[in-house]
Write a protein of this length. Structure first.
Length: 419
């Protein structure tokens, strides 16, 4: 494309003297395809909406020479670690998006001790705001940003919204929508008219990438769980633009292309245990409990085979360092990954003892999973010296379950346990 979106808005940010407001669009800490594209696409939509980017009648983009407002996408990871997200990196390269042109959460501008001090605007009072995409709750180490949050776009079930954001103006949350990009594309770009999608700024094929992945290309087994009618409406709308741009493309093959690179066993295992645990990790606060949850792009069994189960446990234990026994009891390290026979394996680890037994967790899952088979067991864990170091619960569920759908179930179960 002749118009390089990220580079063009960076020029405005670095050189423009007319700005009075900067809005950062912040994805979630996993920085998966949906999160990264949500930040990218929403910033495009808002920059067009506020006139910072202008479109001619033929859809040709140009910059407003004297904009007063700009929206900038932020990847919620450390600069230099995007390559952990093999599929995101692959898509950026495929569509000629330079990862260096994004903002990252560890950039100096987000340093809590020098927050939003703009070198080019030292003599001006620049208003700063944040939009959260693909998540609703800031992580504990990002709570200093709470007062800047004015808007939220998310597709996860919101069970207990804390009153964190005193300047919040609106929330756009729809569950169980398959992709957060669905909500953004629907609000900013969906139209019954022809020639309305800004194909000269963003490829429609890139725009549907997260939808394809998160809905498993609209697999019927995942309807009303991983996707809903709104996801399909947006996909069908953009498909006509895709066919114009890529006349011979087969969407089934494109979906497989992304899926295969995301779950490439050799590439993922070569990253090491640290990146495998951190690249799709979320932290959930469940009342007095805390869950640290890693989703693996490759099977847990393959990770254990390469690195050993004890090495995994050693890495889980890092979340419990400097905690007393009472604090440790209320923290869980959870993982999920694909298993064989169209199943998912979920594990729940605590270094002392889990607050439930096998029958209790099975009875809870039975409330939601009466038609399909599953299994649950609890095993005692020992360290290299043979000493007890906690318990781990292993749960095999149908592959229709994901972190997004299973997290609310676990939260309710654990928070309702008797003291």
């Amino acid at each position: 494309m002749d118009f390089n979106y990220l580079k063009e808005i960076k020029k405005i940010y670095e050189n423009c003297t007319s700005l009075i407001e900067i809005v950062f669009v912040l994805g979630n800490p996993t920085c998966d395809i949906d999160s990264a594209l949500s930040a990218y696409i929403l910033s495009i939509g808002e920059n067009i909406k506020c006139g910072t980017i202008k479109l001619s009648k033929k859809g040709k983009p140009s910059l407003n020479e004297n904009p007063t407002k700009i929206f900038l996408p932020v990847l919620n990871i450390e600069r230099g670690t995007l390559f952990y997200r093999i599929d995101v990196k692959y898509l950026f390269d495929k569509f000629s998006i330079d990862e260096k042109d994004f903002f990252y959460i560890n950039d100096e501008i987000f340093n809590s001790h020098n927050l939003f001090k703009y070198k080019n605007y030292q003599d001006k009072n620049i208003k700063t705001n944040l939009i959260l995409v693909d998540h609703t709750i800031l992580s504990d180490d990002e709570l200093y940003l709470a007062d800047y949050v004015i808007n939220i776009y998310d597709h996860h079930l919101l069970t207990n919204y804390p009153n964190l954001y005193k300047n919040l103006q609106k929330m756009n949350i729809k569950y169980p929508t398959g992709s957060c990009t669905t909500l953004i594309l629907n609000d900013y770009f969906y139209s019954q008219k022809d020639e309305d999608f800004p194909v000269k700024i963003i490829s429609p094929l890139l725009a549907v990438s997260a939808i394809l992945v998160d809905t498993k290309k609209f697999d019927n087994d995942f309807y009303d769980n991983r996707w809903v009618d709104l996801d399909k409406k947006i996909y069908k709308y953009l498909k006509k633009y895709i066919k114009e741009e890529y006349k011979d493309i087969k969407m089934k093959n494109y979906f497989k292309e992304i899926k295969d690179i995301k779950h490439d066993k050799e590439k993922n295992l070569a990253l090491g245990i640290g990146p495998l645990l951190s690249k799709d990790k979320k932290t959930f606060n469940w009342d007095k409990f805390k869950a640290v949850w890693s989703s693996f792009p490759v099977s847990l069994y393959d990770i254990e085979k390469k690195y050993g189960k004890q090495e995994l446990i050693n890495n889980y234990m890092k979340c419990f360092e400097d905690k007393n026994d009472e604090e440790k009891k209320n923290i869980f390290y959870i993982t999920n990954s694909n298993a064989q026979n169209k199943q998912k394996i979920f594990t729940i680890f605590n270094p002392i003892q889990l607050p439930f037994n096998k029958d209790e967790i099975q009875n809870e899952i039975n409330k939601y999973n009466k038609k399909e088979e599953f299994s649950a067991d609890i095993e005692n864990i020992t360290n290299e010296n043979g000493k007890p170091c906690g318990e781990i619960c292993n749960i095999l569920l149908p592959d229709t379950y994901s972190r997004k759908s299973f997290e609310p179930i676990l939260k309710k179960f654990i928070c309702n346990l008797k003291a």
